[in-house]
Design a protein around this ligand. Structure first.
Ligand code: SF4
Length: 360
């Protein structure tokens, strides 16, 4: 497909049913008939966060009665061993951002013998590699390059949602209280991961007040980095869902057609990068996204729920299999790092050895 200009992409995003269905047909004719998923365990290490995003129900303040200040190492290990029994291969470490800026979290880290969240995460990833058949995939938020480098040694891949590249959203309910959501900082972390050759997952959050043009700009920013460093393995297109009690509870969610257009355009721009729409948020329309170019279901956990969207349970594997096969595709398990990144250029020796021992 010839190089597309920003205007071409915006035209696709604004086009009608006919143009989009013909784009979907074209994408499907090029598509690998395999749809992947990763069998994972979700480990919410802390829900303390310096940001207050307008759509979030995961974050807690340290004084909240149900705050997870810090999961202890023994507790994490017990969950990992449980996941090991279920033959999971991905340990998804999730955090609120900058949690160790809070005294209560620093105190809990100190009790465990760690001076920062990065040091503690390194230890947890290392334990995962030593004691289980799981591979770490961490999402600790924006990071300094030296911290990315350290964590890159013990992670099969890492992730950070760009969400959107528009600084305008920093002035709206979405991110006005979230300094860590400054797109410049997030793009810097994604770029540093590229310089360090860390296989990386990022993505967009759709329906939080961004314009069509801002969606396109965001995809083009990711593309610029991927063209330069080649490290983006997966792009998540996540739809905003209103939830009672959040500052954005009255905001409308994006329509199915809007989502389909973003998915199709993402696949058009990134033909060799996996595109994922979280199935738990969209089980009724999940097959439409596969037809629009999505080719990965993301992490599916037989052990834990989605703590970020607890109201939307993950579908059973058997359900994903039937949704996939009904369209004539084949469901295939993958690791948290995609096959083309399993090289010494992208992974540490320790991770490569672990992958060989897993043998998936
Ligand atoms: S950064 Fe994540 S955890 Fe923190 S408020 Fe935003 S969405 Fe919630």
């Amino acid at each position: 497909m010839s190089e597309l200009s920003k205007n071409d992409i915006v035209d696709y995003m604004n086009s009608g049913y006919k143009e989009i269905t013909s784009l979907m047909d074209e994408l499907n004719s090029l598509k690998d008939p395999q749809i992947t998923y990763s069998k994972n365990i979700f480990l919410p290490i802390t829900n303390i966060c310096r940001n207050e995003c307008g759509y979030c129900i995961y974050r807690r303040s340290p004084e909240s009665f149900d705050a997870t200040i810090l999961m202890e190492s023994d507790e994490v290990l017990a969950m990992l061993m449980e996941a090991n029994k279920y033959s999971c291969h991905e340990a998804l470490f999730t955090f609120g951002e900058g949690a160790d800026e809070f005294f209560e979290v620093r105190q809990a880290l100190d009790k465990q013998g760690y001076s920062s969240m990065v040091d503690y995460l390194y230890h947890l990833c290392s334990e995962t590699l030593d004691k289980t058949n799981l591979l770490p995939h961490s999402n600790p938020g924006i990071l300094k390059k030296k911290d990315l480098k350290l964590l890159g040694e013990v992670n099969a891949s890492m992730g950070l949602m760009l969400e959107n590249s528009s600084s305008r959203l920093m002035e709206t309910t979405v991110h006005s209280k979230s300094p860590g959501k400054d797109p410049k900082l997030r793009l810097k972390t994604i770029e540093d991961a590229g310089k360090l050759k860390i296989p990386f997952t990022t993505g967009l959050l759709i329906g939080v007040g961004e314009t069509v043009e801002e969606r396109v700009d965001s995809l083009l920013e990711i593309k610029k980095l991927h063209d330069k460093y080649g490290h983006i393995q997966e792009i998540i297109i996540q739809n905003f869902k209103p939830k009672p009690g959040i500052p954005m509870e009255n905001q409308l969610e994006p329509s199915l057609m809007e989502m389909i257009k973003v998915v199709a355009v993402t696949k058009l721009l990134f033909p060799h990068v996996s595109v994922q729409v979280p199935p738990n948020l969209n089980i009724d329309s999940a097959q439409m996204f596969l037809l629009a170019g999505a080719d990965d279901w993301g992490g599916v956990s037989p052990v834990t729920g989605d703590y970020v969207n607890p109201e939307a349970p993950w579908p059973e594997l058997s359900k994903l299999k039937s949704l996939t096969e009904e369209l004539g595709f084949k469901l295939v398990e993958r690791l948290p790092v995609y096959p083309k990144y399993i090289t010494h250029e992208f992974l540490s020796e320790r991770i490569i050895e672990k992958i060989s021992s897993i043998g998936l």
